[in-house]
Design a protein around this ligand. Structure first.
Ligand code: ZN
Length: 357
């Protein structure tokens, strides 16, 4: 028996307005005149957030296109361009949602690891520590700010660079930054957190460590999505902490059925993680009866449209690929259904679930 020995984010700042502290945090990091690189979601181009990024000397802001989730080829390209332009960098600070968080982690790792990021998709394949990297979330829910992975779509698979070097060196949690997110996007990302809780708390990997975090996160999700009459500033603060706790909960357990199916939707159809989770979760009441019942109430209350019939025009090949991607994620199925999960889940059942979506 071997127990996980996983790293946690060593430094965290929390508070409304705390992102103003980025300047003072990065100043001591500058090494030999190498720049600080700021990644920002492309939706912030020309917005107030960008004016608050403390660019100095040869620092640079790179806008990250998040129309699609990060690909290994994007990571390699940005790494190559940064190396060509600067040789080395002092650190990378990412402002954005899960995609920018993951891109920040991946590029920082690849600055110090040879070859393509696709070679490192998996568990503990990264050889060298990355450059300093910090995350400033502007959307809450994915748990990317605490996780030991950064999920990338590669030529063969959608899988993260899971390693002890992956977690951020610093996270800045400023709930004021999550105010202006588009309503639907914020909802789908928030539901990612809710689904992390349900899948963790109903999984066979559950233990007191992940349960304590998962229960707190679920309590916060229920408060903001079911109990409160409307969304307010406190809801942004609560969701930011729910995301953190949800991430901590799955760090010591695992996600489950919705995530496995969502990975397939994302790989074949390019559907974003949060949206794919909702499409899948909506149809799996057989596995999470209570969780799905409450989820439907949340969708109704927040008047969000879950995409329908997304699998209706798939070719046989595409459907097969989707089923194969979902079934390849054995730790997720084992968490959801137990060690003998293959007796309970097969190609036919996965296909039938997809056909309902
Ligand atoms: Zn997730």
């Amino acid at each position: 028996m071997s127990f996980k020995n996983f790293p946690m984010v060593p430094r965290v700042v929390y508070g409304r307005g705390s992102s103003q502290q980025v300047e003072e945090i990065v100043e001591p990091l500058r090494k030999n005149g190498y720049p600080i690189i700021y990644f920002a979601d492309h939706c912030f181009k020309g917005k107030k957030l960008v004016e608050n990024i403390p660019v100095k000397r040869n620092d640079k802001i790179l806008f990250i296109d998040t129309t699609e989730e990060p690909k290994t080829s994007d990571v390699d390209q940005i790494r190559n361009e940064l190396k060509e332009e600067f040789g080395k960098v002092s650190g990378i600070i990412g402002y954005g949602g899960g995609s920018v968080m993951d891109m920040t982690k991946a590029v920082s790792l690849m600055m110090n690891n040879e070859g393509s990021s696709a070679d490192y998709q998996g568990w503990d394949l990264i050889k060298n520590e990355g450059v300093y990297h910090a995350g400033v979330p502007t959307l809450s829910g994915t748990g990317a700010e605490v996780s030991r992975t950064c999920v990338l779509t590669g030529p063969e698979r959608k899988l993260g660079l899971n390693s002890d070097f992956t977690p951020f060196n610093q996270v800045i949690l400023d709930p004021a930054l999550t105010h202006d997110a588009p309503k639907d996007q914020a909802f789908f990302t928030g539901m990612d957190c809710y689904i992390h809780c349900i899948e963790s708390l109903n999984g066979t990997f559950l233990n007191a460590f992940s349960k304590s975090y998962g229960e707190k996160a679920l309590e916060l999700c229920k408060k903001i999505y079911l109990e409160k009459p409307q969304w307010d500033d406190e809801s942004n603060e609560d969701l930011m902490m729910a995301s953190w706790h949800g991430g901590m909960s799955i760090a010591y357990s695992q996600v489950g059925v919705a995530h496995a199916l969502s990975y397939g939707l994302s790989y074949v159809l390019g559907i974003k993680h949060g949206v794919g989770n909702c499409i899948a979760f909506d149809k799996i009441e057989a596995y999470y009866p209570e969780g799905v019942r409450d989820f439907k109430k949340m969708v109704e209350k927040f008047q969000v449209e879950i995409p329908k019939n997304v699998c209706s025009d798939l070719s046989d090949d595409e459907m097969n690929k989707m089923v194969q991607v979902a079934l390849s994620l054995s730790p997720l199925w084992e968490n959801a259904l137990g060690k003998n999960w293959k007796e309970k889940m097969n190609e036919k059942t996965v296909r039938e679930l997809y056909e309902k979506m």
